[in-house]
Each structure stands twice: as C-alpha cells, then as structure tokens.
Design a protein around this ligand. Structure first.
Ligand code: PEP
Length: 263
C-alpha cells in the first residue's frame, strides 16, 4: 500500500530564529498515525527545524527545497546533495518556481534527481503544466515529456530504492488560490503512472506515491484524497499556517486509516 504523505514547502519563508518554533507547533498539531509528514524549510533553517523536531521526539522528516546537480565545485551559492547529510532526508526537485526562476530544464532536473538518489535523499519530483497547456488539451503530453526528460538519466531501480515521490502541481494552481479538481488530478495521476510504464518503470508505476499540489487547503484536501490514485499533498502557502496544515493532515489521516497504515 502506498504511503500517505503531506509535505510542507515553506519556500522563502521563516528564519533560523523562528523556523524551529513553527516546526514544533506544526508537529504538535499534525500527529496522525500513518501519515508521513515532511517539512521543507529554506536551507538556512534546516538545522533549526531538525533540532526542534528531534527535541519534540517527532517522526516528521526534514526536506530541502532543491539541490545542485554537481557534488562540489565552483558553484557560488549552491548546495550539493552530500552537504545535506545530517540536515535533511528528503528533497523537492524541479519545483515550477525553480523551473521559472532558475531556468531548470527537465535534463538538469534529471541530474539533480540522480544526485539526490545517490545521496540517499528521498526525492519529490514536481511536474505540471502551464494554464495555456491545460486549456489547449496538452497537459498530459507536457507532463509525460517532463517525466521522460527528468527520468532519462535516472536508474529506475535506484529511484525505486530511494522511494521516489512525484508531485503533480499544475503551475496555474500554485499560490493562486485556484486549484485543479480532484477528478483532473486523479486523471493526471493515472497518466503519470501510464507514462512511467511507457518508460519501462513498470514496478514504480504502481508503487510511486503521487501527491497533488496547488492551492491545497483544509477545505479542499478532501476532494483530492477522495481519489484512490492521489496519495497526499505538497502544500505551499497553507503549510505556514498550523491550523490549516492540521486540517490537511487530519484528512490525510482518514486516508491512511482506510489504507490500513499506522495501525
Ligand atoms: C507549492 O509550493 O508546491 C505549492 C503547491 O504552493 P501553494 O500550496 O501555495 O499553491
């Protein structure tokens, strides 16, 4: 049975002075048997979140929001996968804000993914179409192309061992307050599994958890988790609000129980 996962993407919010306290509050408010929780703060807050969660005896994991595609070298301002040892066990790869702002291509995202897998990090690979692509009926082709590009250089067995997670995040839904429908997200999750099968990733196709991301709130999470092919959420804005995240994780707990997880 696939994991039920709620991952919090704090983006460029919080400081080392306040991130630990926010993580502590979130941990207290979101303890749900069977739900895998991941908090992804900015790099500079990884240590304070890690320490706060350890002090609280929490099983919530810590994730980074990206990682460089090389191991080390003359890359001013960058952080490599091995540098995250002891700080993070998960990493978001290929978020649309990095595709947009840092020019990340599918090929580059694939190299980051390979580095993450080699370093033993559990990756959340983000894919998703632009609004024009959805409106022109090209969303499935776009996402399949992103998957082909990102996974071309990644070993299927290694990614399966690393327990790859895929987040379907339609770009037009991120931070806009406009979410996809549960049915559209489920149709895309099915298309992602088909695309993985077409790539020869047959085992992964059934086993990979697929999250929905894009303006998820406590009010709309139920629509996504009612879909058996959706295994959780990647949450941006609402993940900075403990009440909101508590509602989202509580709903995920129902799905986890229905799947017999956390018993
Ligand atoms: C995200 O950052 O991945 C995201 C989905 O953001 P939001 O929930 O704010 O739309």
């Amino acid at each position: 049975m696939r994991d039920v996962i709620v991952a919090a993407n704090w983006k460029m919010h919080t400081t080392p002075a306040d991130a630990g306290e926010l993580a502590r509050i979130i941990d207290t408010r979101t303890r749900e048997p069977g739900v895998t929780r991941v908090i992804c703060p900015p790099f500079v807050c990884l240590a304070s979140v890690r320490d706060a969660l350890a002090d609280a005896g929490s099983d919530a994991a810590v994730g980074a929001q990206t990682v460089h595609h090389e191991l080390a070298g003359a890359y001013t301002g960058e952080i490599s996968a091995p540098m995250l040892e002891g700080l993070a066990t998960w990493v978001i790869i290929g978020h649309s804000e990095r595709r947009r702002d840092a020019g990340e291509t599918d090929e580059l995202i694939g190299r980051k993914l390979a580095r993450a897998v080699m370093a033993g990090l559990r990756p959340i690979l983000c894919v998703g179409e632009q609004l024009e692509e959805r409106e022109s009926g090209d969303a499935v082709d776009v996402v399949a192309r992103q998957l082909r590009g990102a996974l071309a250089a990644v070993d299927a067995a290694a990614a399966t061992d690393a327990r790859l997670v895929i987040a379907y995040e339609p770009v037009w839904a991120i931070g806009t307050g406009r979410n996809a429908t549960g049915a559209d997200a489920a149709a895309m999750a099915d298309a992602i599994r088909t695309a993985l099968g077409d790539l020869g990733w047959r085992d992964a196709a059934a086993d990979v958890p697929i999250l929905y991301g894009g303006s998820v709130t406590s009010a709309n999470i139920g629509e996504f988790l009612a879909e058996p092919s959706i295994d959780g959420a990647l949450v941006g804005g609402a993940s900075l609000k403990p009440d909101e995240l508590a509602g989202i994780v509580a709903r995920a707990g129902l799905t986890a129980r229905a799947r017999g997880l956390g018993a």
